[in-house]
Design a protein around this ligand. Structure first.
Ligand SMILES: Cc1cc2nc3c(=O)[nH]c(=O)nc-3n(C[C@H](O)[C@H](O)[C@H](O)COP(=O)(O)OP(=O)(O)OC[C@H]3O[C@@H](n4cnc5c(N)ncnc54)[C@H](O)[C@@H]3O)c2cc1C
Length: 262
C-alpha cells in the first residue's frame, strides 16, 4: 500500500496545481485503485473530489466527462449511450466488478496511459480531446504518445456527431486485463478503428480504416484486417503471443464491423 504524509482536499484547480508543483513528492489522487497496488511514499495527496469533476455534461456541441467521473457512471450514462452508442459502456463493463468501477476514475484511467486500457481504446474512436490544467486541450491520440508528466487532467470532451460504434475485447478469463481490445466507429462513410493491449498503447489504424466503404463486403473487410496487422504492429507478453494477437485482431475487427453494419 502507498503512504501519504498529508492530505489536502483541493478547493480549486489552481490550488491543486500549486500544491502539485510545490513538491515532487506530492500527488494527485484519483479513485486510488491503481495507486493502492504500489508501495510509494508521497508527501501530500491532492484530492479533486470537491471540484465538481464527477459529472458527464452536455455542453451543446460536446459531451464532457469530468476527471473524477467513475467508470460505473460511464457504463450507465444514457447521455453517452444516446450520443455514442455502446462503445464506452462495453469498454468498461468487463473491468473487475461493479464496486471497483464505482471507484476507479476516468482521470486516473486516461492520465496513467495504461497500454492495456479498455477505456482509452474506446475513447480513441470518438475524436476525444483531453483538457489539461497546464497543457491545454490536446487530442487523446497525441496525449497517448506522451509520457505521464506533472499536470492535472481536468476533463475529456467528445464532439457530438452521428456515429455508430462497437467495442470488442478478448480476455483469458472474466475480469482479467484484455489480451486485445478493439473499438470501431462509423460516421457517414468514415470509419475509425483503434486497437489496445497490442500489448502496447492503444493506437488508431487510419490506413486500414480508410479502405472501408460505409457498408463493406467480405473482401473489403479481409483487406482491411490484413492492412491493420501491418499498420499497427503487435507484440507478445504473458497474456498472448504476437501471432495470437494478430489472429485476434482480425476476428475482433471483423465482428465489430459486422455489429455496426447489422
Ligand atoms: C486490479 C486492477 C485491474 C484492472 N483491470 C483493468 C482492465 O481490465 N481494463 C482497464 O481498462 N483498466 C483496468 N484497470 C485500471 C483501472 O480501470 C483504472 O484505470 C485505474 O485503477 C486508475 O484509476 P484510479 O481512479 O484508480 O486512479 P489512481 O490509482 O487514483 O491514480 C492513478 C494515477 O493517475 C494519477 N491521476 C489520477 N487522476 C488524475 C488526474 N485527474 N490528473 C492527473 N493525474 C491523475 C495519479 O496520480 C496516479 O499516478 C485495472 C486496475 C486494477 C487495480
Amino acid at each position: 500500500m502507498f503512504e501519504l504524509k498529508d492530505f489536502c482536499a483541493a478547493r480549486s484547480l489552481d490550488q491543486a496545481d500549486e500544491l502539485l508543483h510545490r513538491d515532487k513528492k506530492n500527488v494527485i489522487l484519483g479513485g486510488l485503485l491503481w495507486m493502492r497496488m504500489g508501495t510509494r511514499q508521497y508527501n501530500t495527496g491532492i484530492d479533486l473530489a470537491g471540484l465538481g469533476l464527477d459529472r458527464i455534461t452536455d455542453t451543446g456541441d460536446h459531451i464532457e466527462i469530468g476527471a473524477m467521473t467513475c467508470l460505473r457512471q460511464v457504463e450507465t450514462s444514457a447521455l453517452l449511450e444516446d450520443n455514442f452508442g455502446p462503445v464506452l459502456r462495453d469498454s468498461v463493463s468487463h473491468i473487475v466488478g461493479v464496486q471497483f468501477r464505482n471507484m476507479a476514475t476516468v482521470g486516473g484511467s486516461v492520465f496513467s496511459r495504461f497500454s492495456f486500457s479498455d477505456v482509452v481504446t474506446a475513447l480513441m474512436v470518438l475524436d476525444t480531446r483531453v483538457h489539461l490544467h497546464r497543457g491545454g486541450i490536446i487530442p487523446l491520440s497525441d496525449f497517448m504518445a506522451t509520457s505521464p508528466g506533472r499536470d492535472i487532467l481536468v476533463k475529456l470532451a467528445i464532439p457530438k456527431h452521428k456515429v455508430d460504434t462497437a467495442y470488442m475485447s478478448h480476455r483469458k478469463s472474466a475480469t482479467d486485463f484484455p489480451v486485445l481490445a478493439a473499438a470501431l466507429s462509423r460516421s457517414g462513410n468514415t470509419w475509425k478503428i483503434a486497437l489496445g493491449a497490442r500489448p502496447s498503447r492503444a493506437k488508431l489504424a487510419p490506413e486500414a480504416a480508410a479502405l472501408l466503404p460505409a457498408t463493406p463486403g467480405p473482401a473489403q473487410i479481409d483487406t482491411t484486417c490484413t492492412t491493420l496487422i501491418r499498420e499497427l504492429g503487435f507484440g507478445s507478453n504473458q497474456r498472448g503471443s504476437k501471432a495470437y494477437r494478430e489472429h485476434l485482431a482480425k476476428v475482433l475487427v471483423k465482428r465489430g464491423i459486422q455489429a455496426i453494419c447489422r
